[in-house]
Ligand binder design. Structure first.
Ligand code: SR1
Length: 322
């Protein structure tokens, strides 16, 4: 639809600078998220200045300090550990630089905290696991503490185990680095060999799920062990739908849409508009069966089939076309 109001004058010359300060950048999720953020920046005529710590938290903190010193018009902090980013976030707030924190607790009430609904992500995936297992059996869990979204999904997993005493976590594995999927595949192979009774893997991050799928296939266990994950990409859809794939369900947002929301929220703050201090993007449950039945092979097709994956009303920009 055509925009209802004109853009504020600040946006006319293309000189609004939004710093995007990332902790991680490799992997399908983070690549799609960036593509969405860049597309929204282009649509809003703002310059998106992107840095990544590439998994090095000190480097991310330094990049954040630099964005504050450079007097960016707004800053988006994408992931990170609270203890490494909060000191610089405080400086941004003191310098009155609007700030959006995605998937990390900003620790400052002035900042906008953007999340996916991580409890719902875990609930949806675990709901599928419960249906398929009948609520009992040995489960392998993939988790790394310290990442806010994974910690929230872990809260749901802990509650799920209490509510379903027939579910037994027999091992926990996990690593987050620049080759997460292959590292998790190695760990999953060892854990599955040590625990031959496992019938499900809860792997709530797509790099975890891809690694787990590789391990299950290499061990020839795809008929016996099923994977319940999080996130989606075109490559993930390929893995989920290939013949004999053990990855049967994932709960996901569209990462590009979330990147767009982050940039919209930052632009609204630059314009002095009101933005809720807590923004949340809801996920959808995507099943292997559903993907196969609908013949979905890409995220573009998926977003057409699941219109709820696009959230134009979260941080809607009144001067932008929708
Ligand atoms: C290492 S944290 C990975 C998660 O961040 C985003 O929330 C994605 O959903 C991904 O699962």
């Amino acid at each position: 639809a055509a925009p209802s109001v004109s853009p504020p004058a600040t946006f006319a010359g293309g000189n609004v600078r939004i710093a995007l300060v990332r902790q991680l950048s490799s992997g399908d999720y983070f690549e799609q998220w960036l593509a969405g953020a860049q597309a929204e920046a282009k649509a809003l005529n703002v310059r998106l200045e992107v840095s990544s710590g590439d998994g090095n938290n000190d480097k991310q903190a330094l990049n954040l300090e630099q964005a504050v010193t450079a007097k960016s018009d707004a800053i988006i902090v994408d992931h990170g550990f609270a203890q490494t980013v909060q000191p610089a976030i405080k400086k941004a707030v003191a310098a009155e630089i609007p700030l959006v924190a995605f998937d990390v607790d900003p620790g400052s009430p002035q900042a906008v905290a953007l999340t996916q609904d991580d409890h719902q992500i875990a609930e949806q995936a675990l709901g599928a696991l419960k249906t398929d297992t009948g609520g009992s059996g040995e489960v392998l869990y993939v988790y790394v503490a310290g990442f806010a979204p994974l910690d929230r999904r872990d809260e749901t997993w802990e509650q799920f185990k209490k509510d379903n005493p027939g579910i037994k976590q027999v091992a926990q594995i996990g690593v987050v680095n620049s080759s997460t999927a292959s590292a998790v595949a190695d760990q999953a192979k060892a854990a599955l060999q040590a625990n031959p009774g496992v019938k499900a893997i809860f792997a709530p991050y797509d790099e975890f799920a891809k690694g787990a799928a590789l391990a299950v296939k290499e061990l020839g266990l795809a008929d016996k062990v099923k994977i319940y994950g999080a996130d989606i990409s075109t490559a993930d859809i390929g893995v989920m739908t290939e013949a004999g794939s053990p990855w049967v369900a994932t709960s996901a947002t569209d990462p590009a849409n979330v990147g767009r929301v982050a940039v919209r929220a930052a632009a609204l703050l630059v314009a002095g508009e009101n933005v809720d201090r807590a923004l949340s993007v809801p996920p959808s449950l995507i099943t292997q069966q559903g993907l196969r039945d609908a013949g979905i092979t890409s995220v573009e097709q998926l977003t057409r089939a699941f219109p709820g994956l696009t959230t134009p009303d979260v941080a809607r920009v009144p001067w932008a076309a929708s």
